[in-house]
Ligand binder design. Structure first.
Ligand SMILES: C[S@@+](CC[C@H](N)C(=O)[O-])C[C@H]1O[C@@H](n2cnc3c(N)ncnc32)[C@H](O)[C@@H]1O
Length: 195
């Protein structure tokens, strides 16, 4: 379920939909050829395209519950000429993640975890979807204020909040860094499912 209306989606996408940072994420997250990747809260899909084009035979499954975001994402995919085998968008929240267990190399959530309806339940789905040794990669914007009516879990924009969520789910080898650029200060947190 989404609390974002069409206006929220268009306004967000116009301002933040295509960042230089999005282009850097595949490398920062360690995308390799033939990776199966899930992206949660993909918004207008620009990062999804960057992920799908980052290496040979990558397959991206990208979810977002906001209808307008998925419409924007599909339009971007069409324009870029990417096939359904490379990239598939689904109108669904993280709480509805439904892929076969132990199949994903990487799950990415860019600026989205604090919007998830049921973070604890969704993180269990992420854990289940990942292969043993697979990685969850999260980023959050340390500069942006919380976004009023789109129902934000403010604690999930902090290192301690995200770390707690990952640890309670069973993830190990948590690490974090702050990425600074002209676009902002972005907190990056990654963790592994045990092998
Ligand atoms: C701040 S935007 C980030 C969009 C995109 N990841 C980016 O980097 O530009 C947050 C996104 O989270 C989505 N969202 C809202 N509720 C969600 C949920 N329950 N599960 C997953 N994503 C959700 C919104 O629709 C929105 O597209």
């Amino acid at each position: 379920m989404s609390h974002w209306n069409d206006e929220d989606a268009i306004s967000y996408d116009n301002k933040w939909g295509e960042l230089d940072f999005h282009q850097q994420i595949p490398q920062l997250a360690g995308v390799q050829p033939s990776f199966n990747i899930v992206e949660l809260g993909c918004g207008g899909g620009y990062l999804s395209l960057c992920l799908a084009q980052a290496a040979e035979n990558v397959r991206v499954t990208a979810l977002d519950p906001t209808p307008k975001m998925i419409a924007l994402a599909k339009a971007r995919q069409h324009k870029a000429g990417l096939s359904q085998a490379q990239l598939q968008f689904f109108e669904a929240g993280a709480e509805a993640l439904d892929v076969s267990p132990d199949t994903q190399d990487l799950v990415i959530a860019a600026f989205s975890v604090h919007h998830w309806q049921s973070p604890a339940q969704s993180m269990v789905l992420v854990y289940t979807a990942l292969k043993p040794g697979g990685k969850i990669w999260i980023c959050e914007d340390l500069d942006a204020p919380t976004e009023g009516h789109t129902e934000v879990h403010a604690e999930l924009k902090t290192l301690n909040g995200v770390k707690g969520l990952l640890q309670q789910t069973g993830f190990i080898q948590l690490s974090h860094k702050v990425h600074r650029s002209h676009e902002g200060e972005f907190l990056i947190i990654e963790a592994l499912k045990p092998s």
